[in-house]
Design a protein around this ligand. Structure first.
Ligand code: AP5
Ligand code: ZN
Length: 218
């Protein structure tokens, strides 16, 4: 299984990626997680990316395309992969196409902007695994600790209300256009075209998981 998860910041891409990657036994390629790992490691690229991320902007296409191409060389990507947060611009999608990095499905998770800020303010993340929780909607078993490792959960630096609003604007200006890009490609029936599926991301996490699983079987 090879797929792309599309959706606004906070739509639940990371949450659903965790279910899908387990079901299909494929790696989750989250470009946001990769950038946060680079920040934690203190690399030059990570430090430059942090400024952009904290301002709610997008890291340059060249850097992102390079990161993803490198990651796909790893042995665990041989049987499939799940993209979470990539591609995010037409330039990134075109670069994938040119490199012949195809997917079987593009799965859009649709959540209205009104729900997003509340989701972000209650989010708690486990940096090691990318697992995400929500204080109200998806709480960890023990306060502020990851269910599996027991390690502390963190608040992301870019989850303050003002930054979230900026990220949503950037999403509408630069990423949302990919919905039409992939939809059109899917309908073309051309070789290498993905199947396009859209599900609502509003409702209990398990309900959305089941809708995602069903969409990927069709
Ligand atoms: P990235 O990490 O990709 O962030 P994002 O796309 O903004 O998405 P999020 O991770 O915020 O949300 P999500 O959809 O994964 O939702 P989640 O499951 O966590 O990118 C961060 C930054 O890195 C970007 O701003 C950019 O600067 C840079 N970057 C990354 N990739 C890039 C690229 N390709 N090009 C350029 N720059 C790039 O859920 C959110 C919350 O809601 C959680 O608390 C969760 O528990 C809760 N929740 C989930 N599902 C539900 C539900 N059904 N009901 C209620 N709450 C729910
Ligand atoms: Zn995420």
């Amino acid at each position: 299984m090879r797929l792309i998860l599309l959706g606004a910041p906070g739509a639940g891409k990371g949450t659903q990626a965790n279910f899908i990657k387990e079901k299909y036994n494929i790696p989750q390629i989250s470009t946001g997680d990769m950038l946060r790992a680079a920040i934690k490691a203190g690399t030059e690229m990570g430090m430059a990316a942090k400024k952009v991320m904290d301002a709610g902007g997008l890291v340059s296409d060249d850097i992102m395309i390079g990161l993803v191409k490198d990651r796909l060389q790893d042995a665990d990507c041989a049987n499939g992969y799940l993209f979470d947060g990539f591609p995010r611009t037409i330039a990134q999608a075109d670069a994938m196409k040119e490199a012949g990095i195809n997917v079987d499905y593009v799965l859009e998770i649709d959540v209205p902007d009104e729900s997003i800020v509340e989701r972000m303010s209650g989010r708690r993340s486990h940096p090691g695994s990318g697992r995400v929780y929500h204080l109200k909607f998806n709480p960890p078993k023990v306060d502020n600790l990851d269910d599996i490792t027991g390690e502390p959960l963190i608040l992301r630096d870019d989850d303050q209300a003002e930054t979230v609003k900026k990220r949503l604007t950037v999403y509408h200006n630069q990423t949302e256009v990919l919905l039409g890009y992939y939809n059109k490609w899917a309908q073309s029936g051309l070789p290498g075209a993905p199947k396009y599926r859209r599900i609502s991301g509003v409702g209990p996490v398990e309900q959305i998981r089941d809708a995602a699983f069903a969409a990927l079987e069709e």
